[in-house]
Design a protein around this ligand. Sequence first.
Ligand SMILES: NC(=O)c1ccc[n+]([C@@H]2O[C@H](COP(=O)([O-])OP(=O)(O)OC[C@H]3O[C@@H](n4cnc5c(N)ncnc54)[C@H](OP(=O)(O)O)[C@@H]3O)[C@@H](O)[C@H]2O)c1
Length: 286
Amino acid sequence: MMTGRTVLITGGTGGIGKAAAIGLASMGARVGITGRDRDRAERAASAIAEESGNPAVDTFVADLSSQAEVRRLAYEVLSTYPRLNVLINNVGGFWAHRHMTADGLEHTFALNHLAPFLLTNLLLERLIASAPARVVTVSSGAQSMGAIDFDDLMGEQDYSGQRAYNQSKLANVMFTYELARRLEGTGVTATVLHPGMTNTAFSAEDPARKMAPIVFVVRPFMKSPREGADTAVYLAASSEVEGVNGLYFASRKAKKSNPSSYDTKTTARLWEVSADLVGLPADAVE
Ligand SMILES: NC(=O)c1ccc[n+]([C@@H]2O[C@H](COP(=O)([O-])OP(=O)(O)OC[C@H]3O[C@@H](n4cnc5c(N)ncnc54)[C@H](OP(=O)(O)O)[C@@H]3O)[C@@H](O)[C@H]2O)c1
């Protein structure tokens, strides 16, 4: 049970994040969700409270593609929660065409990788002080096709939506492995997962992707949001994975990730570059 434990889930207004929030609130956790729009977030929080029968659901409003908003979110979370036992980094998106964020960074890399990187680092001391605690990051099977292009991380020279997405999801895995090494001995663990193809609003905001015929073809075979959230809920709550650190999961099983994710020089380099891009010292967690 999760009674007495506090969980923050990014992107809890729909899809996998909302289903994970319902699952964890049903187990008795206090759950904080984030979304970009206050009304939508509050409606989602009411629905989560109603479905779970647990009124302890809080909303935080932030657009995580902006580093200033990630920092403000972290500040609000630290002011609201004296203890934080689980952080689920769930927000992610896909853009067929290259877009820039308010910080002048490529959207996919900024939202899918730099936002969870920055948010986790800003909440890490609180997680360590609340140990045992867990950081769970939602990646994708797309990580297996990813490559980190250190010479062109933002797709300036050549952009493809799929390549940017694959890279960002591999970055989720590398971030988790490097974080797990840095967290060794703290009582905080870091795991990462593929939720499986799940029927959500994912990528619906991307006009180029919205009407893709493939979506209509594969939708009947997709998981429900509840099924898609299952591994995230398992990693956040189950005693079976107590102390399990630095592993990639799919369908509740530890799986091999992209071979490049096991190269500690590359994961350390990605950490340093990311720290630089979000204005944190590279050794922030050590
Ligand atoms: N669905 C799949 O088949 C699938 C497969 C593999 C991996 N994944 C991964 O699973 C995760 C969740 O995906 P999903 O399918 O549940 O997506 P979704 O239905 O699109 O939900 C995304 C959530 O993220 C929030 N969000 C989107 N952009 C945001 C931003 N800029 N700042 C803050 N919040 C933002 C949305 O909240 P608001 O709109 O209310 O702001 C919503 O709550 C993603 O990381 C995705 O890569 C999904």
